[in-house]
Design a protein around this ligand. Structure first.
Ligand code: GLP
Length: 243
């Protein structure tokens, strides 16, 4: 528990630097990172860019897998998760775009796209560290309430709460928010060797309470991480209001 959002962002960025150094990546040993979108990780991305510019971290031997992507939103739409990741992070660091993996929500065969994604993660040797956030309804990635806790990468229809929460990125116009997404499953994230969840703000307080102080439930998919051997939640004071 840290004071403010800024502290959460900085702690998360410094934690990645520490884990990356301990791993010692190189040409034959890539570090595989799982990454989220949303408002929450923006601060961490900003800090990482600062640390990169200060020479404290390099992404040369890092490969990334993003959590999710909207379906049928053009890749170059400003709110696609492709655009989000390149504009807010990848464009500003030394990662080779060929090491970046983001689900293609415009693939002809969406089911196949999800299968291939799972295979690519496997080929990469699994994910070393998966960063995530949480929706106010407790969803992780786009694993909406009711998602199987054994789910893998697949197509999901978004919950009304998620569409409402994400309308702020689409000029507050609910009708413009995509209604479906491709997302890694709960089990895909659970397979990561380490998971770090960032949570800030009082609007996430109930989700945090449900995730860590009650039983594991597919209605609050973040609660699955009670079963993960190495998960850390980095939260600000406001998010702890219901604990
Ligand atoms: C979306 C993303 C999630 C993210 C959530 C919360 O639904 N698919 O990965 O955790 O939003 O977003 P924010 O950080 O903007 O509150």
């Amino acid at each position: 528990i840290l004071d403010k959002y800024d502290d959460v962002s900085d702690f998360a960025a410094r934690y990645l630097i520490k884990q990356l150094r301990a791993f010692g990546p190189g040409p034959n040993k890539f570090f595989t990172l799982g990454l989220p979108t949303g408002g929450t990780p923006l601060g961490m991305y900003r800090k990482l860019i600062e640390y990169y510019k200060a020479g404290k971290i390099s992404f040369q031997y890092v490969r990334t897998f993003n959590m999710d992507e909207y379906v049928a939103l053009p890749r170059d739409h400003p709110e696609s998760y492709h655009s989000f990741m390149f504009n807010n992070f990848f464009r500003h660091i030394d990662i080779d775009p060929k090491n970046v993996h983001i689900l293609d929500g415009n693939a002809e065969d969406l089911e196949k796209e999800c299968q291939i994604y799972e295979e690519k993660i496997k080929e990469a040797g699994g994910i070393d560290l998966f960063f995530g956030g949480v929706g106010p309804d407790g969803h992780v990635a786009f694993n909406e309430p009711g998602s199987s806790l054994t789910s893998r990468t697949r197509l999901k229809t978004l919950a009304v709460e998620t569409i409402e929460a994400n309308a702020r990125f689409f000029g507050n116009d609910i009708s413009k928010v995509p209604t479906q997404a491709l997302t890694v499953g709960v089990a895909t994230i659970m397979d990561a060797r380490e998971v770090v969840i960032l949570i800030n703000g009082s609007h996430k307080a109930f989700a945090l309470h449900k995730a860590i102080e009650e039983g594991i439930s597919h209605m609050w998919t973040l609660s699955a991480f009670q079963m993960h051997p190495k998960t850390m939640f980095i939260v600000d004071e406001d998010a702890t209001m219901e604990l």
